[in-house]
Design a protein around this ligand. Sequence first.
Ligand code: B1H
Length: 840
Amino acid sequence: DENSVSISESSREIPPIAHPTPEDAFGVAANIQYHAHYSPHFSPSKFEPEQAFFSTAESVRDTLIQRWNETYAHFHKVDPKQTYYISMEYLQGRALSNAIGNLGLTDAYAAALYKLGHDLETIVEQEKDPALGNGGLGRLASCFLDSMATLNLPAWGYGLRYKYGLFKQKITAKGQEEYAEDWLEKFSPWEIVRHDVVYPIRFFGEVLVESDGKRKWVGGEQLQALAYDIPIPGYKTKNTISLRIWEARSPPQDFDLYAFNAGKHINAADLQFKAQQICAVLYPGDETEEGKLLRLKQQYLLCSASLQDILARFKERRSKDKPFLWAEFSKKVSVQMNDTHPTLAIPELMRLLMDEEGLGWDEAWTITSSTVAYTNHTVLPEALEKWSQAVMAKLLPRHFEIIAEIDKQFHALVGKIRPDLEDKLSSLSILDSSNPDKPVVRMANLCVISSHTVNGVAELHSDILKKELFADFNSLWPTKFQNKTNGVTPRRWLRFCSPELSTIITKWLRTDEWVTNLDLLTGLRQFADDKQLQTEWAAAKTANKQRFAKYLQDVTGIEVDSNSLFDIQIKRIHEYKRQLLNILSVIYRYKKIKELSKGEQMKAVPRTVMLGGKAFATYAQAKRIVKLVNDVGQVVNNDRDVSHLLKVIFIPNYNVTVAELAIPASELSQHISTAGMEASGTSNMKFALNGSLIIGTLDGANVEIREEIGKNNFFLFGARAEDVPILRKQREEGKFVPDPRFEEVKDFIRSGKFGDYDYGPLLESLEGNTGYGRGDYFLVGQDFPSYLEAQSKVDEAYRNQAHWIKMSILSTAGSGKFSSDRTILQYAQEIWKIQACPVP
Ligand code: B1H
């Protein structure tokens, strides 16, 4: 009859998955159209750039999912030792052009979009830049993921799925204003929600001691962490790894239907609301107790969900044929903590092994301490995390117990093997109760004590860790400390952001292998004097300058002369990074230009000074610096006597996308932190790689960059790290005699030339001990004269364009060391002990 279905024998045959991996323009276009029709997010009548972006991204995603699955299955089969990189921050930047570039499908997608009436460039610009991080530390994590995938390493990232990333910065007459950045407003095409990957997360509650002495954490609030995967494709490899980000939610059954029906709508959704708050924003201001608690909740959610996931995968990979031994754990798993923010991974792993898996303390400790490693990214005392013991004990009572026990055993160990260090214990211990009003947990000490390896991020920084910050730990465990100089991915930061320069490099090196073997760039050295290369190089730089000038005109309305020297400082606004030193010298330059005769003006080098960066919303001094830069720009750019020789532009809303435009256009970049304070810096590497010369101090990775590209190609100035404490002391003692030019500039600001905004607090911070600030703690006055001299050398050098271009070529040629592929390979070999596992 009509309703019966006839099933033949052959209907049991399983068809292959009809997966759409189109590689030619026609197939790609068909696939994009498929998504436009059958994965609709908009009304069907529209196929404008925005719709085209989402359909294109979904088409790319098909290929990424395919490769992600194959990679996961391959890792599962081979069961290699795997690294998990845990970070509170990632700054991924836009994904579309990077993904099709890594897949080698850029031309196919460009041609496909052309068929559909669009151009790739416009489509790429539709994508939001997800800013799930603050600055260098977050961008480093993203460069590392790119290198892990490209090197075929069995490695994954874990992070948090903040609803709102770092704020959007707008500049108004008042200075910086912050607006929420809703990167998920229209959903992200790159994340794949895993409804089956959900873990319970507990807060508060209490610890019960059971009859056998076992401890059990019960009660409190119970939430869940839900996994979202962002596929990370390697360059020219099938391997596609994962950035798994967690979202907090309340357990579904927790929606109190009875309360809701009884009209108590808000009560019913209480836990849902609490869960939403946890992942609402990146680093909520932690001035208040509420804010601090939220940040600790975020850190714990990240660590607990990630460790539960890691344990589940460890078990899953050996449940079939192999009997499973916990002692094997650290031969299969390595965990890297990106600064102290994920420190709770340590007590959480201990808790899971003891309370959930039934291991004893000693066994759990051996496993934990041979699994976790810690990267330190700063020596600034205010950035070294300390949590109130009371807050920790309340939110995470079991973890606080475990931390106290680790501390106790550490004390016993020191007593046993290094009694000479016992009088240092007050500074080495994890729990610091020296201030009875505010006992704290020192997260860095917990990390150093529990990790098998601790590393700094540049030679100088790692030396400071060994000789100063962690000197006593270093004497206790000298082999624990390592250096891993940071790096950046050459894919995003040269190959894709400057196709013009890339083409020239490939042509002269006769290979594009430099994209995965950046040391090959040294091959450019032999051509540095070649007129033909110089001409091509200059043309590429000019094209990049023009592109950026157009962008600046669009966002600021200011017209930029593409023939002027492009001088750029882009990074978070912080006193130690000394944007103030930069703008004070710009003011000096402005004054001097005004004093020149017409004839002298003809000889001056025209410059466009650009600064960009976000100031933390509650960092008043940083916000004053932003305001000053903008006020100086207003005056200088509207002064017809000088504006042909000097422009000052504040680049608004600095982020990864802006960096990709600015760095290739830069000719001079500023990395001018007080020596000893910038752990590494990573934009310095991106600029050097793009042939932008550096004016800088001997700080962080500048030291190594200067070594690699040659002293003559680096504009050096300023005090050395070892002299900084002495100079500060002299300053305190009133022995510092300021340069008259420094006084002249401050007076000029005081005169009201740049408006009536109160710059008092900013200027006072530059004085000796005036009460405000720390008496020019950052040594702006000290370094001002040598900075001006270095700037004059820049002008002089720029007058000889052929020589400048040669230096620019040598800068790129010497940047091979700063590939994150090199960095990650060192982590893999020297810390993680993992090997490549390429998908066949
Ligand atoms: C770096 C941070 C950082 N170091 C605290 N430390 C944060 C500290 O919001 N917080 O609480 C956020 C970030 N970030 C940077 O790491 C260094 O300053 C750079 O010099 C370095 O290049 C970068 C990557 O290693």
